[in-house]
Design a protein around this ligand. Structure first.
Ligand SMILES: CC(C)(COP(=O)(O)OP(=O)(O)OC[C@H]1O[C@@H](n2cnc3c(N)ncnc32)[C@H](O)[C@@H]1OP(=O)(O)O)[C@@H](O)C(=O)NCCC(=O)NCCS
Length: 221
């Protein structure tokens, strides 16, 4: 029997599903992971306010199964995929990842207010190795799905949506950190709520490792 995959646009009423999907069952009571979930909700609310759209969620039957998250980049007329993930082994290779991606492709072929009423020129992504042991990598998946490598930056992949479009990234999107007088003698960590609930866990881990390496050092965020 064919399995029913439902793709749903992330919205205020299902942000809990979007934010808890990545947390492994054995980490559901872990304070650090749950703080990451809370921070991800803040990030997602902010993105919804800014762009009206932030992610798509997949359900396989009744089960929460996957997500694809993205951000428009109006100055490049492209949509950047920050993450695709089907976390549970029992959901792998059942068409969830493909459906998430094709749903996003269909969506961004439509005119978008982000692009002044035009459709997107391409999807762009820089997949990172976040797969579990034995799981297919995002990079191999995107290549199978027809993404091309950016010539001068092969870690960056794109999927053209307009004939003849070749993606060339605009350099330097973020302002540089400028050291301040008051930062002297401190370790400064720059962190903000993000699309990944693991990021808070890694922030705490980084702080612990710095404290171990340099006992007594002041850490500021
Ligand atoms: C990549 C990923 C999204 C694919 O999801 P999925 O639902 O299992 O994939 P699908 O069943 O839709 O497969 C689509 C295509 O991908 C390829 N593919 C997926 N898994 C594969 C595997 N194990 N071996 C070979 N090809 C595979 C195939 O081309 C497949 O098409 P086909 O089944 O018609 O041959 C999933 O494996 C994943 O989440 N990987 C980790 C990604 C990651 O690191 N994210 C960041 C986490 S922090």
């Amino acid at each position: 029997m064919e399995e029913i995959i439902r793709i749903v646009e992330a919205a205020e009423n299902n942000l809990d599903d979007l934010c808890r999907l990545c947390v492994p069952p054995e980490r559901q009571a872990d304070r650090s992971f749950m703080k990451g979930v809370e921070l991800k909700k803040i990030w997602a609310m902010d993105m919804l306010k800014r762009w009206g759209s932030v992610a798509k969620i997949a359900y396989l039957g009744d089960a929460l199964a996957g997500l694809i998250q993205y951000t428009p980049i109006p100055e490049e007329m492209v949509v950047y995929i920050t993450c695709i993930y089907v976390p549970r082994r029992e959901h792998w290779r059942r068409g969830v990842g493909r459906r998430l991606l094709t749903s996003l492709i269909e969506d961004v072929r439509n005119p978008k207010s982000w692009f002044g009423g035009e459709s997107s020129s391409a999807l762009v992504t820089r997949p990172f190795p976040g797969e579990k042991s034995g799981q297919y990598s995002a990079k191999s998946f995107f290549k199978d799905m027809g993404f091309k490598q950016v010539e001068e930056d092969p870690g960056l992949l794109y999927y053209p949506l307009k004939q003849g479009f070749a993606y060339r990234p605009v350099e330097q999107r973020r302002p540089d950190y400028v050291p301040q007088e008051g930062d002297k003698g401190k370790v400064i960590i720059i962190y903000s709520p993000s699309f990944c609930p693991f990021s808070y866990f890694f922030l705490e881990k980084a702080e612990q490792e710095i404290e171990k390496a340099v006992p007594g050092v002041r850490i500021s965020g």
